[in-house]
Every structure is written in structure tokens, then in C-alpha cells.
Design a protein around this ligand. Structure first.
Ligand SMILES: Nc1ncnc2c1ncn2[C@@H]1O[C@H](COP(=O)(O)OP(=O)(O)OP(=O)(O)O)[C@@H](O)[C@H]1O
Ligand SMILES: [Mg+2]
Length: 250
């Protein structure tokens, strides 16, 4: 038996701020991030702020090298900030131990990358079941839930295919199912359609929008595709280490 999802547990116990207002799903203040290499220091963010409310679908755009992936890595506790406050899904993600960060990611974050990173030797069904198995679910139950998720992404008839036996769009659908199988509250997608042709990219984005709405997610999508970004309620531009509303977006 799987314990109640972190989402279900934490929805009930979401902390509320002063005046009874719910805290934002993402609350970043004064974020700094520097990388030190052999001969210089690169200061990527110098006091970046970001607030994303529960249920928002936000796109982040910006030039290559602006720090979009680094920002998502910090939100997902895959990288540490140099300074600043980072609250994500009611968790202070700064200073988590490696173990705490792994549990946080498994329960609270659904992560999708440009490349699917599905495990090639496992079937689509087994790949989707992985996060459930990682949190101790029985195999039979995990495979049953994974099958439901393949159904949600319209791939119920591809469960026995290995990643190499799926199209690019299908691989990303499986990656989305795997990202969401644990019912995380926050979806972080880093150029999820970057490797797909225009029509397939549009369909994968349709699916992200559908899952975002039907599962009450908060979603942050990094994309180079301005047409897709503008389908989001809010578009932020990462430039010179700071985020600002994209000029010309709503
Ligand atoms: N571990 C690291 N050590 C040193 N520099 C790094 C490290 N990781 C990233 N960088 C640098 O930080 C900058 C931002 O990288 P990042 O991958 O976040 O950019 P991005 O906006 O996602 O770009 P793209 O659109 O090409 O994916 C780059 O200039 C990169 O070289
Ligand atoms: Mg990137």
C-alpha cells in the first residue's frame, strides 16, 4: 500500500501566511548564483526574485546561457544557490541534505527535460512506474498506476515498447507520465518540446496544458518557442541575471 501522496498530505497542511493567505508555490528572493571556474567567477543571478502562485502556468524564455536550466535546477534542489531564499512547494530547498533533496524531488516535483532520459532497457510502463517503486510501492500496484498514467497521456497501447521503439513525441509523453505519477504539486519543464518538430511540439504542449489543468498543477515551462510561451498565462524573460515580464506578453 502506498502512503497518501505528498500532494494530498501537503494540500491539507499547506502553511498559510499572515492574514490567512496561502503562500505562493514558488517564492524566490534575492537569489544569487555564481560558478567558479579555474580562471574566473561567473555571476549568473544577482538578486533574482520569482513568485509563482498555486495553480499558475508560467513560461520562462531567455537567451542560451541566461541561466534558465540553472534556475530550474535550483528550484528542484538539483543545484544550490550561492545566496538568497528559495521556497518551493512549501519547502526551504536551501541546505537540504542529499537524501532530503531526493525525497523532496520524488514527492513534490515533476521534472521534464528536453531529452527524455527514459531508461532504455525498461519498457514505457516500467519507466513510468520507477518513481513509485523508488518510494517503496509494491511492483504490481506501481505498474497498475503507471498504466493509468499511460492512459492519461494517450499511450495505453505503447506500454510494452522500450524508449527506442517510441517516437520523439511519444517519448516525451512517457516522460510526462513518469514526472507526474507521484502526483507532485510542481511541474518543472526544461525545453520539453525543444527536440520535436513544430506539430509534435504543439501536441506535447497541449498535453502539458491539459495535465496542468486537470491535476491542479503549478507549472514552470522553459522554452525557446515564443508562440508556445505566449500560450501561458504569464511569460517571464530571464536576462542579465533577473526575471521580468516579457515585453509584449500579457
Ligand atoms: N557547473 C557549472 N560550472 C560553471 N559554469 C556553469 C555550470 N553550469 C552552467 N554554467 C554556466 O552558466 C550559464 C547558464 O547555463 P544554463 O544551462 O542555466 O543556461 P540556459 O539558459 O539553460 O541555456 P540554454 O538555453 O542553452 O539551455 C552558462 O553560461 C553555463 O556555461
Ligand atoms: Mg538550458
Amino acid at each position: 500500500m502506498i502512503e497518501p501522496s505528498a500532494a494530498a498530505q501537503s494540500q491539507a497542511s499547506r502553511p498559510v501566511g499572515e492574514g490567512g493567505l496561502r503562500l505562493p508555490m514558488v517564492d524566490v528572493r534575492g537569489l544569487k548564483k555564481s560558478y567558479r571556474t579555474a580562471n574566473r567567477e561567473l555571476e549568473l543571478f544577482h538578486g533574482l526574485d520569482l513568485e509563482v502562485a498555486d495553480g499558475e502556468l508560467v513560461a520562462i524564455v531567455g537567451q542560451s546561457g541566461a541561466g534558465k536550466s540553472t534556475l530550474l535546477h535550483i528550484l528542484g534542489a538539483l543545484d544550490a544557490p550561492s545566496a538568497g531564499r528559495v521556497y518551493c512547494a512549501s519547502t526551504n530547498v536551501v541546505n537540504l541534505t542529499a537524501r532530503e533533496a531526493a525525497v523532496f524531488r520524488n514527492r513534490e516535483i515533476g521534472y521534464v527535460w528536453q531529452f527524455h532520459y527514459l531508461l532504455p532497457e525498461f519498457t514505457a510502463l516500467e519507466n513510468v512506474a520507477m518513481p513509485l517503486l523508488a518510494r517503496g510501492a509494491a511492483k504490481r500496484e506501481a505498474l497498475g498506476m503507471a498504466a493509468n498514467w499511460l492512459n492519461e497521456v494517450d499511450l495505453e497501447d505503447r506500454g510494452d515498447h522500450r524508449p527506442g521503439e517510441l517516437s520523439g513525441g511519444e517519448q516525451q509523453r512517457v516522460a510526462l507520465a513518469r514526472a507526474l505519477v507521484n502526483h507532485p504539486r510542481l511541474l518543472l519543464a526544461d525545453e520539453p518540446t525543444g527536440d520535436l518538430d513544430e506539430i509534435t511540439a504543439g501536441r506535447v504542449f497541449d498535453l502539458i496544458e491539459r495535465l496542468h489543468a486537470s491535476h491542479g498543477l503549478t507549472s514552470i515551462v522553459v522554452t525557446h518557442n515564443l508562440d508556445l510561451a505566449r500560450r501561458c498565462a504569464r511569460v517571464l524573460h530571464l536576462e542579465a541575471g533577473r526575471l521580468a515580464p516579457l515585453v509584449g506578453s500579457a
